[in-house]
Design a protein around this ligand. Sequence first.
Ligand code: FAD
Ligand code: DHB
Length: 391
Amino acid sequence: MRTQVAIIGAGPAGLLLGQLLYEAGIDNIIFEQRSPDYVLGRIRAGVLEQVTVDLLAQAKADKRMLAEGLPHDGIELLFGGKRHRIDLHELTGGKRVMVYGQTEVTRDLMEARKRAGLLTVYEAQNVTPLEFGSERPRVRYEKDGQQHEISCDFIAGCDGFHGVCRASIPADSIRNYEKVYPFGWLGILADVPPVSHELIYAHTERGFALCSQRSATRSRYYLQVPLTDKVENWSDEAFWDELRLRLDPEARANLVTGASLEKSIAPLRSFVSEPMRFGRMFLAGDAAHIVPPTGAKGLNLAASDVGYLSRAFAEFYQQRSSEGIDRYSEVSLRRVWKAERFSWWMTSLMHRFPDSGDFDRKVQEAELDYLVHSRAGATSLAENYVGLPLN
Ligand code: FAD
Ligand code: DHB
């Protein structure tokens, strides 16, 4: 069997790439090690930049998002016991973000792929990219005890942080940059109305908290917790009690609690692997980089990577030009590093660091105070939060 682009991984990066290529007339097959239900069971990101919304429109997978997603014009920063609104819409000349869960984005892309009749091999075992240094790469995998091989023109490594693609690259051809943070996020999903109609990012003496949402009746909340904490030791009651302590009096009074639908702890990490291309294999999304979630950039970066990559493949097939694929790594990394900077900065600003002293905390508070009282400061935050334009 043969295809033009073999995509490894059916997360948002792989699925969106598949639809963008299909719309450009480029044949592709996706290989995914898990089942569709497993992929849909992962509760992750919730905020989409306009760039991501536009790419979902280009992929013809935006209908439900436009009907059910929640456009947000602002966010709130809570510190010193008070909330301060950042007016994203006004500060960026009319831009906003869309609150719509990663699970729903994934479901919509899966549906679009099904409608287009494109092949996704789920529960593929031992997926291996082969010969990507040559003109004739292949992908080998096992399914139901049988080994198969597909030849292709290109391999797209969309297989996340723990995937096989980056791990297959010789160590002397790759450079990794990493920062690990000394805390994690405990997240909870519950069918209760959100505490406020906009997202609240809270900096408190007890640590960071985030109030997010999925709909008028479903909320997503996060608490900064020590890395040593185990999710089994956090009852729903304990979560709500701790969240209450990190909110302002009005939000505390508005908080509606209920049984959790999902509860998990995610470690926080900044990571970039350079370059993002090795011969005929291209890395995209979490396979190439990780951001701490404070800036809401992980899913959006996965989308912009595959936006660049699909454009590069379209140039290759339609205009016989290699310029786009030759520049992919450099162009993507410029955007990646700006999102890395913003995510690191938001994380440093909003969290309580175990080793920071009184001086560091005073500087954090001064910066927050500056941000909400300076148009220049607030504009910089807003411009990055809604997302920088594609180059
Ligand atoms: P993934 O979603 O990881 O998809 C990769 C796919 O490849 C998976 O389906 C995987 O099963 C498959 N795969 C892996 N290895 C193989 C293999 N060997 N063979 C075949 N298939 C393989 N971002 C935010 O902005 N906000 C958040 O709150 C947030 N929370 C997160 C919580 C957690 C626990 C994690 C892990 C991430 C979170 N993120 C968040 C980041 C965001 O979800 C990711 O940036 C986004 O999922 C990246 O999409 P992706 O398609 O690149 O990778
Ligand atoms: C969500 C997650 C984030 O990391 C963030 O910054 C905003 C929202 C969410 O899951 O809704």
